[in-house]
Design a protein around this ligand. Structure first.
Ligand code: ADP
Ligand code: ASP
Ligand code: MG
Length: 417
């Protein structure tokens, strides 16, 4: 029988009613003629609750202990779902990462997947059982419990689907597909029947949390067909499998995304000489922080301003690192006009992005984006572009408005009924 991997997110197993509903969906997938393998997230809100608990005790809990704690959320949900399946007459067993050997490296809280052994899963489905696997967690090569990054159960599901050569990987969540914008923000967002890996990858990376970025990357690399569906209602859904030539729409922009998880840092009056950007950004990157959207101004009197974004969770530590590097630079390059090198942080920003393969063949997307934001008095602080996306940094207070007006301006609103 062909294998189907189905994944349930937190809201889809948030209480006993939802767990029973998930068990029904699984039973129906079996009726479609599949050997079903299940991946589950922690019950809705549980992982956040565990994070808050740890942080109420320590600002910097040891990452090993953090993983030990966070992985416990999924242990609860897998067992409850297996109990619900057995109760419903569907034979089932739950598994943690070390029981099936979902192996990662030892980078706690953002471990990289090394390999997964699926023999046990094949044996389980061969005897008519439904294995229910804890998403998000791994076991390191030296036996430690790890996690693979927030939202990681999507990736667990895709990795297992690839290893078992599954027919497809279904991601059951609380929306019935991928929309042209977050449907919680844009009332008239449109569900996409299909979307290319390339666009989905940009959307996920730029804030559309419906799929974790790594899961899209992995499914593209291993040709796993992904389908996003609602566990709350039948029908709908979005398939992520198309390549550019199968593009369904002629619009230049396919979706608008936003991300409030970044912060902006500006280092002012930086000497405009080789090696300085490295002196400032190198130590930040060395501590595992990803620096994004780097902009350097035209220099005046051989001094320039360097602005970049970092994940908001790394904002404080990035400022600390910079404030260690800056005195050294000041000594090396004493200002002759009194303009000291200074570091300015701002964690009240949002990144709003328009994404679309159609941008390749349409000019004027950037000017339309800037014109639309200007009409609504929204100031653009930073801009970054690639072949199929344009991102702007704006004040966080204007984020939702910006997403809505851009969605309308690029013709993405669903027709009003
Ligand atoms: P789960 O707990 O099932 O993993 P997530 O909360 O991680 O679910 O992802 C689903 C959420 O993603 C939706 O509730 C929705 O608000 C959000 N989302 C953001 N952008 C989009 C989009 N473009 N299309 C669909 N959902 C989106
Ligand atoms: N429970 C984990 C989280 O909340 C993993 C997931 O939901 O995919 O991030
Ligand atoms: Mg998720």
């Amino acid at each position: 029988m062909p294998v189907l991997v189905v994944k349930f997110g937190g809201t889809s197993v948030s209480d006993v009613t939802r767990i029973r509903a998930a068990a029904n969906i699984i039973a129906n997938c079996q009726k479609e003629g599949f050997s079903v393998v299940v991946v589950v997230s922690a019950m809705g809100g549980d992982t956040d609750r565990l994070v808050d608990l740890a942080q109420s005790i320590s600002c910097h809990p040891a990452r090993r202990e953090f993983d030990m704690l966070l992985a416990s959320g999924e242990q609860v949900s897998v067992a409850l779902l297996a109990i619900a399946l057995n109760e419903r007459g569907v034979k089932s067993k739950s598994y943690l990462a070390d029981q099936i050997q979902f192996v990662t490296d030892a980078q706690h809280t953002r471990a990289n997947i090394v390999r997964v052994e699926v023999d046990k899963l094949f044996q389980s489905v061969a005897v008519g059982e439904v294995p229910v696997i804890a998403g998000f967690q791994g076991v390191s090569t030296d036996g430690e419990i790890t996690t693979i990054g927030r939202g990681g159960s999507d990736t667990t599901a895709v990795v297992i689907a690839a290893a078992m050569d599954a027919e497809e990987c279904r991601i059951y969540t609380d929306v019935d597909g991928v929309y042209t914008a977050d449907p919680r923000i844009v009332e008239h967002a449109t569900r996409m029947e299909r979307i290319s890996f390339e666009e989905m990858l940009e959307m996920a990376a730029l804030g559309a949390k419906v799929l974790q970025t790594q899961s899209v990357e992995y499914s593209r690399r291993h040709s796993v067909r992904l389908r996003v569906l609602s566990s709350f209602k039948n029908g709908g859904g979005t398939v992520i499998d198309t390549e550019e030539n199968e593009r369904m729409t002629n619009l230049p922009v396919s979706a608008v995304t936003y991300d409030k998880n970044d912060a902006k840092i500006t280092v002012r009056h930086v000497p405009d000489v080789p090696g300085v950007a490295y002196q400032l950004l190198g130590p930040i990157a060395d501590s595992g922080i990803s620096v994004d959207m780097i902009v350097q101004n035209v220099s005046v009197d051989e001094r320039t301003d360097l602005t970049f974004t970092v994940p908001r969770e790394n904002f404080d530590v990035s400022l600390k690192i910079l404030n260690r590097s800056v005195p050294k630079l000041c000594k090396e390059y004493p200002p002759d006009d009194g303009k000291l090198i200074e570091v300015i942080g701002d964690d009240t920003i949002a990144k709003v992005t328009v994404v679309g393969l159609g941008m390749r063949s349409n000019v004027g997307v950037a000017s339309k984006m800037f014109e639309t934001l200007a009409q609504y008095g929204i100031n653009i602080q930073m801009i970054s572009t690639s072949e199929i996306k344009i991102s702007v940094v704006i004040h966080v207070d204007f984020c939702e408005v910006a997403v809505r007006v851009l969605h309308t301006a690029f013709g993405l609103d669903a027709p009003k009924d």
